[in-house]
Design a protein around this ligand. Sequence first.
Ligand SMILES: [Zn+2]
Length: 292
Amino acid sequence: MSKPDQLRRFLFDKANIRGEIVQLNDVWQIMEANHKYHPVIREYLGEVVAAAVLLSATIKFEGSLTIQASGDGPLSLMVVECRSNFGVRGVAKYKEPLPEQTDIKTLLDKSNLIIIIEQALTNERYQGIVALLEGNSIAEFLEGYLQHSEQLETRIFLAADKQAVGGLLLQQLPGKTEDDDSWDRITHLGSTIQKEELLELQATEIIHRLYHEEDVRLFDPEPVHFQCSCSREKVSNMLRSIGEGEAAGIIKEQDNISVDCEFCGTTYDFDEIDIAEIYASNNPTTASTTRH
Ligand SMILES: [Zn+2]
């Protein structure tokens, strides 16, 4: 039986600690389809997918949160975007064969993870660099980032396989707590979670298994869905930026320009007339195709 794709928030009221569990099945399988990822890459991408949803749920915003790494390492690109409505998409690119050492630091070589938050209403863009210094896992890097940049004590546990991704986040919220040992106790219990449990148990079962002796306030599940923001208009703008000469060259050779979205697999085709229209309109903010 497949579980719903959802985020579950919970709160330890007395301890002032926030908890979140994300579990994705269908959404992950959509992202994973057509890619035939190497199992190592699949696991890292899945962990970042879970982390992006968990982090999105810790901030109040209208827009998108992106976790991204790109560089010259064997894992040349990994990008996951989670929108504030929990629409998520992600893709990874890598060179094969992978090296013998497949830890995340080796695969990313010297490139850091970057977190980008885009506020849709104000067009503001925040960018933070997740240094890959302390720790050896994506979860540990993100914990370090939140500690240094936000001064928020956070523990993150991530798991991914071919079928599902899962994640657990615990975060000490600012303010007084009635119970001094609570953070140590609650994070210690959290650290006993097994990857299989994160992937296979229901969120309520996980919370019960870890915290049946704690006061936990559980919120309603929030659905997470696959969402790709690609459009013909965006691809047109991209084509405009490569220059008319190059586009004309491709048209001459292949009769049309075909662009596949790497996230969702949609193909956008442009023939000679489409391309002429794109370059006829000089203002990139105006779509060359008129809306009816
Ligand atoms: Zn797409």
